[in-house]
Design a protein around this ligand. Sequence first.
Ligand SMILES: Nc1nc2c(ncn2[C@@H]2O[C@H](COP(=O)(O)OP(=O)(O)OP(=O)(O)O)[C@@H](O)[C@H]2O)c(=O)[nH]1
Ligand SMILES: [Mg+2]
Length: 306
Amino acid sequence: MSQSPVQRAAAPAAGDLVIAQDFPAAEALVRSGVDSARVVVLHGQAEAAARQAAAAGIAAGRGPLPTRPHDLGVRCLVVVPTYNEKDNLAAIVRDVLAYLRTDVLVVDDGSPDGTGALADRLAAADPRVRVLHRKGKLGLGTAYLEGFAVAARDGYQRVFEMDADFSHPPWDLPRLAAAALDAELVIGSRYVPGGSTVGWDLKRRLLSRGANFYARTLLGTGIRDMTGGFRCFDVALLRRMDLAQVAAQGYAFQIEMAYRVVRAGGRVREVPIHFTDRRIGQSKMSPKIAREALFLVPRLRWRVRG
Ligand SMILES: Nc1nc2c(ncn2[C@@H]2O[C@H](COP(=O)(O)OP(=O)(O)OP(=O)(O)O)[C@@H](O)[C@H]2O)c(=O)[nH]1
Ligand SMILES: [Mg+2]
């Protein structure tokens, strides 16, 4: 059976490092097919030290770590919704903070496995980490909306969506943030040149492709990856949007937000990422989530006006 376009077997060896002076240069490399997991973006770091930090990061299975978190000059908040992610959370939070100068907001829905208590411990140990506890599993969409409200209230300039399960490579966060300097929405995209999905079976790939084709065709946005959940929004644009109208939860939430940004006149950029199937823990994908997207997309056409 044929595999997805780029099948990454293992972390690259440190000897394969590719140096990019800045984020636009890194973007061009990734677009041409270089795996971002071995791109060292200098962005002001001395090359020798940067090479060393990246090699150490790769050897530890954490990707090409910078010598210090990349600072894009804007106040960032990475929102990480969690439901039963106790085996992922500490590592993902640590890596987010290592790659990007940012705060992290964990939105936990009363995870039975104790993720919420773990998030509290991480927050107590680091002022950059914050936690929102909600009672019971209220869904991804509302978790992000609450995160956006915190970002708007507390003066953040960029807010990110990111899964806790390492599907979204933390080393791509600064690249998203850099692209967001001249866009209102940046989508970490599997379906532009240089992007891919890794580790999904045929059924999951077809479902994702089908959902994207469907949404793109019906909504006419030109966006290749409408369902991707690794994103950066301009908080100023979110403030101008009427987010109380957003109703969707699963993949449909991502489709709806992308469409609303387009209708609100926001510029959308897609930057390629390798989306990797979750490392540990249980999938929450369900037929209900797919059905929601199926019925929501046509309704968006006439519900959402610019
Ligand atoms: N707060 C909150 N987080 C959720 C909820 N459902 C999922 N999440 C989190 O949202 C992120 C994405 O969910 P996933 O289960 O990874 O969904 P997926 O990527 O479509 O599917 P798999 O990776 O195959 O499990 C993860 O960090 C989950 O822990 C929810 O109802 N509330
Ligand atoms: Mg996932």
